[in-house]
Design a protein around this ligand. Structure first.
Ligand SMILES: Nc1nc2c(ncn2[C@@H]2O[C@H](COP(=O)(O)OP(=O)(O)OP(=O)(O)O)[C@@H](O)[C@H]2O)c(=O)[nH]1
Ligand SMILES: [Mg+2]
Length: 441
């Protein structure tokens, strides 16, 4: 059923495919708060999907340093009281406020999905984390199950190739082709095969040995990019700009992170920056209600996203929110319109906090395979992407693309998603992912 909903939606560009949170009626349009300084921009009510033009592969290897993760504190922020909109909704009660930087890894695993808002009493403490092994084991099984299709694609060929065979030039060539076909990309596949050539060339190998070595080689490629997204509540709030092509999972990723931050005792806010689509605003509002996050809707459909983000950040600071997650449009009429919008959002929020956004999270849909590489390239040109979230690994046979992403860009992969529930989004772990991909325990 998950797959069905996934495939009916992930390529969505038209209104009929509008993604909505499952199992909850969408309430009426949210009441708009009076807006602050707004700079409305004309635009069509509904625009065609933004689809990056395909480019030839392989892409050049670019390894930019991770940015935006550990910036030093800037000078004191300007007073924003006059820019803050009056509260339209009461902030959700939160258990306690965490002062130390926090990563999703530290967040206690939510007990259930996101079917209903669960607001803890004001004096509640964050729920204790489940025993390390239990939590980890549970997640690993779900990750492995989610990767099953990608695993089959990779290991079926490996088994066919290496049922007791000498690792000669021909075998290595076939292995390289298998890895490329499993979406690992040309550069990573070559690197892995060279590893085999150095250590195993001329030896008799079994498919099990090949799988174990592959897992090690893949983990080595993934290890440098497996970095959690650190939230620093002291930034009050830590601003996360969430970007990506339409339908990749931006809004649900915001919802999942918001839920996890809430459970960790942080006050979160959601900004509905995809202002042109009423359904997108309503979708985020539903998630805000379920997760107890403060919600910032546009004053009216099509309102300027930058003006909204400016107001929201002002209010978030005045109300002492810890983390502000800003949703953005995945499509506008063309790439330069999208680029201009994202840059404007950044420019304008820097008037409130010159160090913001503190994270720019690019959300990628694993089912798009190699196209994800192109999306990274395009978004890196637009904004200073600080890390990646890779969603829908459960619906994809192309999970190997994470290896290609790591090799090609070296950008941190913060979280991966294997389903639609809050607990289906977790920090990315190199060894677990590599072994999961090969179907190993
Ligand atoms: N199976 C599965 N579905 C997911 C995952 N992440 C998101 N989805 C689903 O993918 C669909 C699209 O997700 P959204 O969060 O609305 O995507 P978006 O990027 O905000 O889309 P636009 O607002 O149209 O740009 C929804 O039905 C989500 O439930 C995942 O990890 N696994
Ligand atoms: Mg969305």
């Amino acid at each position: 059923m998950v797959l069905k909903s996934l495939f009916s939606r992930f390529r969505g560009g038209d209104a009929a495919q509008e993604p909505r949170p499952p199992e909850l009626p969408i309430p009426g349009p949210p009441e708009a708060p009076p807006s602050g300084p707004e700079t409305p921009e004309p635009g069509p009510a509904e625009t065609p999907p933004f689809i990056p033009e395909p480019t030839p592969e392989p892409f050049p290897i670019e390894i930019p340093p991770p940015t935006g993760l550990a910036r030093a504190d800037g000078p004191a922020r300007a007073a924003i009281a006059e820019a803050a909109s009056p509260a339209a909704f009461q902030p959700a009660p939160v258990p306690t406020r965490a002062e130390a930087p926090l990563t999703v890894a530290q967040v206690p695993a939510p007990p259930v999905g996101m079917q209903a808002p669960q607001r803890p009493p004001a004096d509640a403490q964050p729920a204790p984390a489940p025993p390390e092994n239990e939590g980890r084991q549970g997640w690993f099984s779900r990750l492995k199950a989610g990767l099953a299709r990608s695993t089959a694609k990779l290991t079926d060929s490996v088994t066919a190739l290496f049922t007791k065979r000498k690792l000669d030039d021909e075998a290595l060539e076939e292995l390289e082709e298998t890895l490329i076909a499993a979406d690992l990309g040309v550069a990573a596949s070559r690197r892995i095969v060279e590893g085999f050539r150095r250590t195993r060339f001329g030896k008799e190998v079994t498919d099990e040995e090949v799988k174990a070595t592959l897992a090690e080689e893949i983990a080595a490629i993934l290890a440098p990019v497996a970095q959690p997204m650190t939230i620093e509540p002291a930034r009050a709030p830590h601003v996360v700009l969430v970007v990506g092509v339409n339908g990749t999972g931006k809004t649900t990723t915001i919802a999942k992170l918001g839920r996890q931050y809430r459970d960790a005792g942080l006050k979160a806010g959601f900004v509905a920056g995809d202002t042109f689509r009423a359904a997108a605003v309503e979708q985020l509002q539903v998630w805000a209600e379920r997760t107890g996050a403060r919600f910032f809707p546009p004053a009216k459909p099509g309102a300027d996203a930058a003006g909204l983000a400016f107001d929201a950040l002002g209010t978030a600071r005045a109300e002492g929110l810890d983390v502000l997650l800003v949703d953005t449009a995945g499509r506008l009429h063309n790439k330069s319109a999208l680029m201009e919008e994202l840059r404007k959002v950044i420019r304008v929020i820097r008037r409130v906090d010159e160090t913001a956004p503190h994270s720019v999270l690019l959300v990628l849909d694993a089912t798009t395979g190699q196209n994800a590489l192109q999306q990274v390239k395009v978004f890196k040109e637009m904004v200073d992407v600080s890390g990646l979230a890779v969603t829908k690994l459960d619906g994809s046979a192309k999970g190997g693309v994470v290896v290609a992403l790591a090799q090609e860009f070296g950008l941190p992969v913060h979280v991966v998603g294997v389903g639609e529930k809050a607990e289906d989004l977790r920090p990315f772990e190199a060894r677990d992912f590599a072994r999961g991909l090969l179907g190993l325990d």
